[in-house]
Design a protein around this ligand. Structure first.
Ligand SMILES: [Zn+2]
Length: 187
């Protein structure tokens, strides 16, 4: 079958930016997702739609269809004192917090602290790949229909329970046990 909305797609990929490889899948454990639900960056889903198992694709994805454009407003400096007292000791590189976008009312953004100097934390709300054009090499391994249950849960079931084939699951609502009966509650 061809890749269309709600198809379960298995693929391998290599992604590079500015001529440097940044990530690749392990061919022994390719990526699996449900197409058309924004589980992959938009530019990738668009480019492989309509193709079949065995197809090979090389293409680039602009930031707007990748991890977003770089937003200078999301590079912020925050005095450590501005955080609630119970968090202050934990403000260090890698600390994440949610706050409203500095120039877009009501839009919540997750910021990651990059450095702390003189009582001031530098933090970024940009995705590390924001502003980058992504070069993809994609090999589609398999395409199949999703089951009704997979569509309802919004993720694939790989034979060892919920989530990916190793039994782990990235869904918040899924237990990490990967029980065969798939008996966890979904909301
Ligand atoms: Zn599930």
């Amino acid at each position: 079958m061809r890749i269309a909305k709600d198809a379960v797609v298995t693929f391998n990929y290599v992604v590079s930016t500015e001529g440097k490889e940044v990530d690749r899948s392990d061919p022994a454990n390719p990526l699996i997702y449900i197409h058309g639900r924004s589980q992959m960056v938009a530019g990738l889903e668009e480019r492989i739609e309509g193709s079949e198992a065995g197809s090979h694709h090389e293409f680039s994805v602009p930031p707007e269809k990748g991890y977003g454009v770089f937003d200078q407003d999301l590079e912020v400096g925050v005095p450590v004192d501005a955080f609630p007292e119970q968090f202050r000791e934990r403000i260090m590189p890698g600390f994440r917090f949610q706050a409203e976008h500095p120039s877009k009312d009501g839009q919540m953004v997750v910021f990651t602290v990059s450095s702390v100097d003189d009582g001031k934390a530098r933090a970024s709300g940009n995705h590390p790949m924001a502003g980058k054009t992504l070069s993809f090499v994609v090999d589609v391994v398999a395409v199949r229909e999703a089951t009704a249950e997979e569509l309802e849960h919004g993720h694939i079931h790989g034979g060892v329970g919920c989530g990916m084939r190793d039994g782990s699951c990235s869904g918040d609502h899924c237990s990490r046990d990967g029980d065969d009966a798939h008996g966890h509650d979904h909301h």
